[in-house]
Design a protein around this ligand. Sequence first.
Ligand code: NAD
Length: 244
Amino acid sequence: MKMFELIKDQIKNFKKIAVVTGAGISQESGIPTFRGKDGLWKNYDVMKLATIDAFYENPKLVWEWYNERRKNIFQAQPNLGHKAIAELEKYAEVVVLTQNIDGLHQKSGSSKVLELHGSIVTIKCSVCDYKEEILTEISDFPPYCKCGNILRPDVVWFGESLPQKVWQNAIVFASECDLMIIAGTSLVVSPANTLPIYAKQNNATLIEINPESTEMSEEMDIIIRNTSAKELPKLVSLFRTNYD
Ligand code: NAD
């Protein structure tokens, strides 16, 4: 297995670090991932609930699912993986490119977080421009906007476009970084899964932290087959000791 020690001598050369994260980084905070054994909810396939078609077909059902996720996410705390990423800012310019909608990177102190798939905390109108952060529970599903149309979570569903400005900024940083850390993502969701390619084109070093192999494992310079809360602190301690 390729280990962090391989980059020990390069640590001080890493000036721009992109951290690409997915559901797996929040798994140790008690938030289930989509794929794998936790990917079922009351016998519904979550991949089929996170679509605009599912929403219009049964907004009440989709809202009930999001409400459970919201409750769980509001209670969740950042784990050692999120915290390690926040600490990395002491040593380099760091931008977190996350597919997560849970806000835990911000909660752990990361200052530059690009939410590629939106946020579960924010609610928006399915038709007009209304958008608001709502930190309390929502009752009566589906909720309605003042304009009379249905409100929805401000997340990107399968088949929808990413927020264009956020995505453009993500591509720019991925293309400029000299180290990309990819943690807790299966790299199957497009276009987020193309970010490592931009980094590779810049000859960046690619590190994957994931207990399972992914679509792009073969492209990685370093692969750590363990959980992010266990491994990210070890990676960051390499920075700490090299900068002390
Ligand atoms: P995914 O569910 O497809 O894959 C999760 C990956 O994390 C898997 O490769 C798995 O092996 C790995 N993993 C599981 N536990 C881990 C751990 N402790 N440490 C490191 N890796 C671990 O998730 P994805 O790639 O993010 O893509 C699916 C979509 O799911 C995204 O669009 C995202 O918005 C959404 N999602 C987000 C959350 C969240 O915000 N926390 C939760 C569920 C799903």
